[in-house]
Design a protein around this ligand. Structure first.
Ligand code: ADP
Ligand code: MG
Length: 227
């Protein structure tokens, strides 16, 4: 379970400090998926970075599987992130010189998985994202949608309990964006993990079971369209 309590984030600027998050609280139960909607600049990436332990909050707490990532020292935090959290961004960040399979295997090295177990998991994920025919390709030899699917397989290779997705369809056309949205949901259900997705796309957010809106630094529950 993920529990976020009263998070604030203030950035120092030359003039007035910038209050990006002004007290964000919510919980995500195991096996749940949620979208956080908000326009560009509303603090979505900041919130996700804090939850994933990439950035520190100004105040407030995050608890993931009973641990607060922001309380861990650098080494422990890196290890925690590697095992508990998967990240998917708008950019795929695949290494250009490595094959698709090698890219998916990279997080398993630090996690100390045995080679055979890791390769089996990577291949099975690549099959589930529809890339079994592409495992020896380099990222440059893939389409945009395929690169994003490889990045998703890489994010899941260590079986994270929480998948964080930051505008995962931002670089894709509508057909591929829909495909990636549905794929993320299918994988979330199969793996029984939590999925927290932030986006400005109402279309993508509509696929998720719960929608929250980041507005002026606070989160609001969004009403379902169908009620
Ligand atoms: P979103 O992902 O919703 O587009 P961000 O979380 O990236 O929004 O940014 C929220 C606001 O915080 C923006 O106004 C941005 O300019 C500002 N911001 C983000 N990172 C920093 C930083 N490191 N220093 C100062 N301001 C920042
Ligand atoms: Mg962003």
């Amino acid at each position: 379970m993920l529990s976020v309590e009263n998070l604030t984030k203030q950035y120092a600027t030359r003039g007035e400090p910038l209050d990006v998050l002004r007290g964000v609280s919510f919980t995500l139960e195991s096996g749940q998926n949620t979208a956080i909607l908000g326009p560009s600049g509303s603090g979505k990436s900041t919130l996700l970075s804090i939850i994933g332990g990439l950035e520190e909050p100004t105040s407030g707490t995050v608890a993931l599987d009973g641990q607060n990532p922001n309380k861990l020292d650098e080494l422990a935090l890196a290890a925690f992130r590697n095992v508990h959290v998967g990240f998917v961004f708008q950019e795929h960040y695949l290494l250009p010189q490595c094959s698709v399979l090698e890219n998916v295997l990279i997080p398993t090295v630090a996690a100390g998985k045995t080679k055979r177990e890791a390769v089996e998991r990577a291949k099975s994920l690549l099959e589930r994202v529809g890339l079994s025919e592409r495992i020896e390709h380099r990222p440059a030899e893939l389409s945009g949608g395929e690169r994003q699917r490889a990045a998703i397989a890489r994010a899941l290779v260590n079986k994270p309990t929480l998948l964080l997705a930051d505008e995962p369809t931002g670089n894709l056309d509508r057909t591929n964006a829909d495909r990636i949205g549905r794929l993320l949901l299918d994988l979330q259900k199969q793996e029984g993990m939590m999925l927290l997705l932030v986006t400005h796309s109402e279309r993508l957010a509509a696929l998720m079971s719960r929608r929250l809106e980041l507005d002026e630094g606070v989160l609001k529950e969004m009403l379902n369209d169908d009620c």
